[in-house]
Design a protein around this ligand. Structure first.
Ligand code: AHR
Length: 326
């Protein structure tokens, strides 16, 4: 069970307040049997191993809880998510949950949900809305921290060298919270030492195919790159394919750092093709169920809930792999 760290302090917006602001809706009057609760969930897509694990975990958590989950896959398009949210509003679900594909552009549709009295829970990714009353809670990782952990490993790895270290960054989906924050956290740590230079940075859209394609081009434009920092395992796995196709050894000729720690990534780490992975847990289902139950009961919910995560070296990956669930 993931430990939940509630960051909401005294001043945090409580769910009860958000419920009032939204007009109450189905959470008014408190208790409802799980079998009477309906949740609309809009997923980003199926772009990565992480996403597949996240979808599976959420669907099975709601099934186990006996709560009806209406599920839609937005295929990484914001307009599809907005359509899905509007449809959930029309259907009058009790709670809407979604993982926003990008950070910006949600205010109108979130306002519509609020006006209809339907509480919204953000899972996995954040929105940049200035009005925090538009959602009741945000459950997910601290992506800035993940980027920092990647940078810290790199600085430690090269601490005894004064040679320049050329880094290429494989970014996640442009405008997505994990792409913005993982870049920020990483840059923040490596800027302390001039020898680290990000020589290029391009989106691979969090997909294996994207990571492969960008790396193929990178090997031509920047053949002397020392390190690839990929914002997720899938893009790192695509990079491995491109590096091997070019007759080079991933993990040796070019070091690779990734984020996620899904099974395929952990296997590549255990095989020495990836050098370090920062964990991002997709197992948000049971926490989301708990939030939904509290919201419907009219109980207080913490505004920000951060999942606790770790990091993996090669030895740690070898040890963890047999029990890895996803
Ligand atoms: O939002 C979480 C990120 O989205 C994961 O790191 C990535 O694999 C996914 O596509």
């Amino acid at each position: 069970m993931k430990k939940i760290i509630g960051l909401a302090a005294a001043g945090a917006l409580l769910l009860g307040l958000a419920g009032c602001a939204g007009g109450g809706g189905s959470s008014e009057g408190g208790a409802k049997d799980p079998g009477d609760i309906i949740v609309g969930f809009s997923q980003v897509g199926a772009e990565s191993g992480w996403r597949t694990a996240n979808t599976k975990d959420i669907q099975s958590a709601f099934k186990d809880a006996g709560i009806e989950l209406k599920f839609s896959d937005a295929q990484q398009k914001q307009e599809n998510q907005i359509k899905a949210i509007r449809s959930y509003i029309q259907q009058g679900v009790d709670v809407i949950a979604f993982s926003p594909v990008v950070e910006s552009g949600w205010d109108s549709v979130l306002k519509e949900a609020k006006d209809a009295g339907i509480p919204v829970v953000l899972t996995d990714r954040a929105v940049d809305s200035a009005d925090e009353s538009l959602y009741v809670s945000f459950l997910g990782s601290d992506f800035v921290e993940e980027g920092k952990k990647a940078g810290e490993w790199l600085t430690e790895e090269y601490k005894d060298s004064s040679d320049p270290v050329k880094i290429y960054q494989l970014e996640g989906t442009t405008g997505a919270a994990p792409a913005i924050d993982r870049a920020e956290g990483f840059a923040d740590v490596i800027k302390a030492d001039d020898k680290f230079e990000i020589v290029g940075s391009q989106t691979g859209d969090f997909t294996r195919a994207g990571g492969k394609q960008v790396t193929e081009a990178m090997l031509k434009s920047n053949p002397d790159v020392d390190v690839i920092y990929a914002h997720n395992d899938d893009m790192g796995l695509g990079a491995i394919e491109a590096i091997e196709a070019a007759g080079l050894k991933p993990g040796v000729d070019i070091k690779i750092i990734t984020v996620d720690a899904v099974k395929d990534g952990m296997q590549a780490l255990a095989d020495g093709k990836i050098n370090y992975i920062v964990e991002c847990s997709p197992l948000l289902g049971s926490q989301l169920v708990d939030i939904v139950k509290s919201v419907v009961a009219g109980d207080d919910v913490e505004k920000r809930i951060i999942t606790e995560e770790t990091t993996f070296t090669q030895e740690e990956a070898v040890e963890a792999l047999p029990d890895r669930k996803y």
